[in-house]
Structure formats: C-alpha cells, structure tokens
Ligand binder design. Sequence first.
Ligand SMILES: [Zn+2]
Length: 343
Amino acid sequence: MNSALLQAKPHEWGIVGHDHAIDLLRRALAAQRIRHAYLFTGPEHIGKSLLAQRFAQTLLCMGGPDPRVAPLNPCGTCLACRKVMHGNHPDVHFISRAPDKQFILIEQVRTLQSDSARRTLEGRRNIFIIQGMHEMNTQAANCLLKTLEEPEPDVVLLLTVPDPGLLLPTILSRVQQISMHLLTPAQIREALEQRWGVEPGEANVIAALAAGRMGWAVQAVENENLLAERKEQLEMLEQLLLANRVERFAAALHLSEDADKLPAILELWLLWWRDIVLAAHNSLDLVVNVDMRGTIAKQAAQVGPTEAERVVRAILRTMEALEQNVNARVALEVLMLDMPMVR
Ligand SMILES: [Zn+2]
C-alpha cells in the first residue's frame, strides 16, 4: 500500500467532514480490496447518498494513472465521473422506494439481479446504490440476500440506512458498515462560509439549526424559503402563546389541514422549547436558535424551567400521537391547551 497516496486529503472527495469514513474507503481502494457490499449509516441529511455516489465515481473514474485500476479519489472531470454525478452512468443503478409505494419491492430486487448478471457496459464495476434499505420489505430483503451471499465478481452494492438496527442481522453480517456521524456546528459554519460564500451571521444561524447535518445546511442555503418559513412558523408560535383558547383552536384546525408540514413545524417548536428550557437553566449560550436569543431569554424568564420542560414533553407526545395516526386536529388541540400564556 502506498502510504504517500493515502495522505492525500479526504477533501478531494468534495465532502465536508466524514474523514474517517472516506479514509476507510480509500484504504480499500489503495489495497485494491473492494468488498461486495457497503452499508452507509447515519441520520437523515448527513450525506450517506453523496458519499455512496462519490465512492461509485471513484470506482469507475478513468482519470487515474492506470485506467485498469480505480484511483483513490474521483477526478470529477472524466466522462465516467461526470456520468455518475449526473446519474446517467449505465453501470450505476439507483434503487429506492417509489413515491407511491410503501416499500422497496421484490420486483426491484429481481431487476437488480438480472442487471448484475450481465456484463458491465462501460466501467470496471456494476454498482447498485440502494437508498433507504430500511424501506425494503422482508420478502425483497430475503431475495437480496442471495446476491449478498453469491455476488457476481464485479458487483458492488452500496446501501444506506439511518440506523443499522433497522436491518435483518443476516443482511448486516454480509456488509461492511461505514458509520457517518454528525458534524460540529463549527465544521458546518466554516464550510458554508468558504465553499458556499454564505455571510458569517447567516452561516452561524444555519450551522446551529442544521444540528450536525451538512445536507440540511446546504438545503437551507439553496432554498431561501426554508429560512423564511422557519421565521414565519416561529412568529406563529409567538402569536399562539399570546392567543386565547378560541384563537388557539382555530390555529389547530388550520395547522391540521396541512398534514404534510406538521412534523417539520412540531420539530421547530420542539427545538424552540428546548431552547427555553436551556435558557431557564441559565444556559442561553447553548441554544440552537442563536438569532432569537433575546426572545428566548424573555420567554424563559416568564415561564420557568418546570413549565418549559412540561411543554417539551407535550410536544413529544403530540409527535408520537401523529405518528400513530391520531386525528391531527384533536392532537393539536390537546397541545394548545398544554401551552402556557406568554406575554
Ligand atoms: Zn474521474
């Protein structure tokens, strides 16, 4: 193994953080010992699919010194790299749950198996990226096991899942796990400023709200609506705390009519009330909503820690109830009654 090559910066993969994960893959590339299946694990929006895609790029990259061997970094400019990036390389197959289906289905796995049995069209490897392995039903997963047990020599499966505990042990025992961890707010802030040209104040807010997930931060930069909506939703929360019972019930009805947005709104409220708990315990420096410290301090002083913790629990109960398909309007009305009056 050429150790000088290994010292090249992981940043050449165009990924912020995750040096440990990239290092593991680079070592396999340097040793030319590529496993047949890798499982990328970590929370949503952390960059699992991006890392899988970069690995696929590297496996197929034609920009290295020897075109028969995969280089240690994707060059990013050769035809193979560009095709993988644009999702149109004939030897890279993407598999995920169809939007109108509940699971990844056995038919999709059968297609994978017939694709993996034929020769590659352009590249050295036949690569299958399965996003959200936990959404594969048992029948399909058992079918996939056959491929994991006896893969064709050139086949590489790249699987992603938020938590390995969601998969069958028989699957887990046949893949190499690559765990990805949350980044620090400083890593995200720095990347936003240096690579995305975000001004420092805004980078600070987005980095705090991203809670360690670079993918979320990038979404917030690319979609200005995301931050505008957050502001709107926090203003609505502020209004609600002033509102009487009739107004609150009207708001519950209104919110319940847009069920798709509810989980994100409740997530935001939860972060807000966690901040109030922190502020009430004299830890204002730890809050996530760094741009709203003034309002948070004011509300914390009025509500106090015990009451704020009670609201956090009430929001968590509401989120659970909604996951169990309890009537959204009823669940929200209960929550409205649990929220204190704040002036
Ligand atoms: Zn390349």
